[in-house]
Design a binder for this molecule. Sequence first.
Ligand code: PSV
Ligand code: MN
Length: 396
Amino acid sequence: MTASVPSLSDLSDEARSLLKTQSIELPSWAFGNSGTRFRVFTTAGVPRDPYEKIDDVAQVNKYTGVTPRVSLHIPWDKVDDYEALRKHAEDQGVTIGNINSNVFQDEDYKLGSLTNSNERIRRKAIDHHLECIDIMRATGSPALKIWLADGTNYPGQDSIRARQDRLADSLAEIYAALDDDQELVLEYKFFEPAFYHTDVPDWGTSLVHCLALGDRAKVVLDTGHHAPGTNIEFIVAQLLRLGRLGAFDFNSRFYADDDLIVGAADPYQLFRIMNEIVSAGALAPDSGVNFMLDQCHNLEEKIPGEIRSATNVQEATAKALLVDREALDQAQRAGDVLAANDILVDAYNTDVRPLLAELRESQGLAPDPMKAFLESGYLDKIRSERVGGTAAGWGA
Ligand code: PSV
Ligand code: MN
């Protein structure tokens, strides 16, 4: 049994160092206004441009110490000078992470982008990705992240097979344009905005395309992109076995692609996912898995929402690191179902908040990042300074 409230010294040296070096990439779009198709509510002080989004990312990193990278979304984060944006980020201890392409908000893409039967439109979608690769070079980004809204609404609307062929062809051209040290990560989603069929609906389809492309093509698992009841940790385990889990888009869902704070809906699921990661040795920064958030804060304040998300992932990770692997292995080999399950549940039920507070203090951070941020006055500052201009928003 794990002690009821463990301290940092109860972790092995390896586990402690993994916790210390854990890092989570933040989505630039989490800091802008967002909502649903019914209403986008505004929040005072939201960034007006990518520079201000990065300032807010740096705040989350300043208080949590675990979010040193930001994902950009193009064209939402288009700027004239990407070198300057990169420098602005680096001056604040933040690097540019994945570049997300966006071929879902242009009239031309109504019937598809990389799968479109219209060669002019398919060309335009490929060219957008080539532009993203140039942005990766300028910003030092390691991976191009692709999520497609492509699909159909009605049986017979288009040939499912021909669309797969066009997709494979488009992806091959994009992949060939990458530099040797750049990766392509392909995200899947089972429905929405298409309702009959989606061209990359599941991890199997994403994997099939990645395998055809080459070693530097990997799958992105967005935790909100599965049918209810899907065993996500199984997918994590399988993709890790194959060395093809490229990145997570962490968030929570109750119904569809809700994009709520990770760990809010089902913290036990998040723990089970982190348990697979830890048991496969895939937590280390050089493991090749990019732990990202893909969230929108429609009601809550954005920066505190991201702080809560980062600490939720940290808590799930600390619990996974507390699992007694040796005892678990023994119980599993002995076929002791309840003992094995109890070892996991015991770790999950452990309060790791004091341990994480201790970790932060050992790194010169405040023990409670949320409290420290709220007391810093930053929210008042941006509310009074960020007036005028156009508030950034999902889709703007
Ligand atoms: C699609 O639902 C998605 O998960 C993709 O990652 C997009 O890039 C992102 O959401 C936009 O919020
Ligand atoms: Mn996503």
